[in-house]
Design a protein around this ligand. Structure first.
Ligand SMILES: Nc1ncnc2c1ncn2[C@@H]1O[C@H](COP(=O)(O)OP(=O)(O)O)[C@@H](O)[C@H]1O
Ligand SMILES: [Mg+2]
Length: 278
């Protein structure tokens, strides 16, 4: 058995028949348990891709297989949506109830989980995102990062195999961003959930296993963070940047400070700086 979770074969998507395709002949696959960051400037096709991956949109051309199921085959639509949960940018738009517990239960209600099974699944999901102490709180009073973690819990309670997060940290402050990213990274590592992490924060992409860059509806780069961020010129041509810590280390190296060329994250820089303080 192949371990492919998502397989895209020559996928194009058009919103209008005459318009330029929002995605143009895209092919790639993502294995089960991978953590893939998807980068791209506004309008590059990231959200379109997200909606294709869980069968919300169907390809205008080509095929998408999710765990071997063709998204165009109607008998699988339900299964595919249930197994790939989506988290969106605005945490407020994802709140559906006045108490966290009910908010987390909402997705399970939609897929017909029997009521007696819900309480343990709610506890387990909230525990996994570190929000169990908030189970009786009002979601609208939580911070942005906490709201996103509740949204993620609502998906986890449905026992998904993949999480697709479409700029889930874009509206959060830096601590909220880190809180949500770390939570999702942990779910990936501990539970083997496949993650598609769409972002425009280079620092988040730098901490992923694999980075894909989309530009004008095409996948233009695909590799490890080190491979992708080594190509500053190419990234800039797609109106993207290298991560801040990579820039800083480049700057410092230019001033004669001996730093390795592969610093991408705050953690990498911290390690180098501390090594020099001993
Ligand atoms: N509902 C829509 N109707 C028509 N065109 C759309 C619609 N949504 C997105 N597009 C177009 O499709 C392209 C890709 O958009 P999108 O996937 O939202 O990009 P991103 O998420 O990377 O910003 C853009 O050119 C955008 O204008
Ligand atoms: Mg988008």
């Amino acid at each position: 058995m192949s371990s492919a979770h998502f397989v895209l074969n020559n996928v194009s998507y058009r919103y209008d028949e005459d318009a330029k395709p929002a995605l143009n002949k895209v092919s790639f696959s993502v294995n089960k348990g991978e953590f893939v960051a998807v980068l791209g400037h506004n309008g590059s096709g990231k959200s379109t891709l997200a909606k294709l991956l869980n069968g919300l949109f169907l390809p205008s051309e080509g095929h998408i297989l999710v765990s071997g199921m063709d998204t165009r085959d109607e008998q699988y639509t339900w299964d595919i949506r249930q197994k790939a949960g989506m988290v969106f940018q605005n945490p407020d738009n994802q709140i559906v109830a006045t108490v966290v517990r009910d908010d987390v239960a909402f997705g399970m209600e939609n897929i017909g989980v029997p009521s007696p099974q819900m309480p343990p699944r709610i506890d387990e999901a909230l525990g996994a995102v570190g929000m169990l102490p908030f189970v009786d709180r009002a979601p609208h009073l939580l911070s942005g990062g906490q709201k996103q973690r509740v949204a993620i819990a609502g998906i986890l309670a449905m026992h998904p195999e993949a999480l697709i997060l479409d700029e889930a940290t874009a509206m959060l402050d830096p601590s909220g961003r880190k809180e949500v990213f770390d939570t999702v990274q942990r779910l990936n590592q501990e539970q083997g959930i496949t993650v598609i992490w769409i972002t425009h924060f280079m620092e988040e992409a730098a901490k992923s296993e694999r980075v894909m860059v989309i530009h004008q509806g095409e996948v233009r780069m695909d590799g490890t963070p080190r491979e992708v961020f080594a190509q500053g010129e190419t990234l800039r041509s797609f109106r993207l940047d290298v991560p801040p810590m990579a820039l800083l280390s480049e700057e410092l190296r230019g001033r004669g400070i001996d730093l390795p060329p592969d610093i991408l994250t705050v953690e990498d820089m911290e390690r180098e700086v501390l090594a020099r303080c001993r």
